[in-house]
Design a protein around this ligand. Structure first.
Ligand code: CA
Ligand code: CA
Length: 274
């Protein structure tokens, strides 16, 4: 995707006023009128879904079964909800063409590809699906967004369908409350020291069910010595395993273990005598 072409399309469409809509959780649908695109792809509906660490857009193009080489689709995302920065207020832009897709970040008035981006896109039965990891757009709790489907020939805009027709749509991620169980500890004595595993359960406070995934971090110290720790999350249990060397046995062990799920953290302090 050529940045100049992106800018041309954005400028030509000139999205005007911003209207923040109501914040709903989970999956949310948005609609744009049919038949308002002339020769451009006609956006009629957009479904945004929270998929845990990922976010998915499903965009229905009413007048397309394939994306032609001169068709472009952009999703502009205003993740800090400040219209005064980014490119036309958009901090991130997902772009699609027949040749592929990309995720870019606005840097002043230009776009730069997001390094390490793992987004996926497909176009099946008139529905363009784009999934990206939330961390690549800064893990926002909510964001505003708008689409532009355009038909460009030689960089010259022929027609475009902005969706929504004015302003932006808003999407808010579900706010999760976590319930952390008490910290338990097990010990395996070895010739080189004492290997401990500390663990706690992480559940969704609303349902009481164990969360399916979480990223775990752990820090453990004995005095001023930081111990190497291995972390794991399995079947709703966050765990941290570390070995207190023989020379430090009978010393005070301190630290903390944290599990993070959908941007929300639960943690337990570690404090005992090895
Ligand atoms: Ca439309
Ligand atoms: Ca429209």
């Amino acid at each position: 995707m050529h940045v100049a072409r992106l800018s041309i399309a954005f400028a030509a469409v000139a999205l005007a006023s911003l209207a923040a809509g109501p914040a709903l959780a989970g999956s949310k649908s948005f609609s744009d009128p049919a038949g308002d695109s002339l020769s451009a792809p006609d956006v009629t509906s957009v479904v945004v879904s929270d998929e845990g660490t990922s976010l998915r857009f499903a965009v229905t193009l009413a007048n397309r079964t394939t994306v032609a080489a001169d068709n472009y689709l952009f999703i502009g995302m205003n993740v800090d909800r400040n219209r005064e920065n980014g490119l036309f207020g958009w901090d991130y832009v997902a772009s699609f063409t027949a040749a592929g897709h990309a995720l870019s970040r606005a840097n002043g008035t230009s776009l730069q590809l997001v390094a390490g981006n793992t987004s996926r896109a497909s176009f099946v039965n008139g529905v363009l699906t784009f999934s990206l990891e939330r961390r690549f757009i800064g893990n926002p709790a909510a964001f505003d967004f708008a689409l532009v489907a355009s038909h460009l020939v030689g960089g010259v805009l022929q027609a475009a369908d902005p969706a929504p027709n004015t302003g932006m749509w808003s999407y808010a991620f579900e706010t999760v409350r976590l319930r952390a169980g008490p910290l338990t500890r097990s010990l395996v004595a070895t010739a080189s020291g004492r290997t401990y595993t500390v663990r706690f359960t992480v559940a969704d406070a609303a349902t009481g069910k164990a969360v399916a995934s979480a990223s775990v971090s752990c820090r453990v110290q004995v005095g001023t010595t930081t111990l190497k720790a291995r972390v794991k999350f399995s079947r709703g249990v966050a765990s941290c395993t570390f070995t207190v060397p023989l020379r430090l046995v009978r010393s005070r062990v301190t630290g903390a273990i944290q599990a993070r799920h959908r941007g929300v953290a639960a943690s337990r302090p570690i404090a005992f005598t090895a």
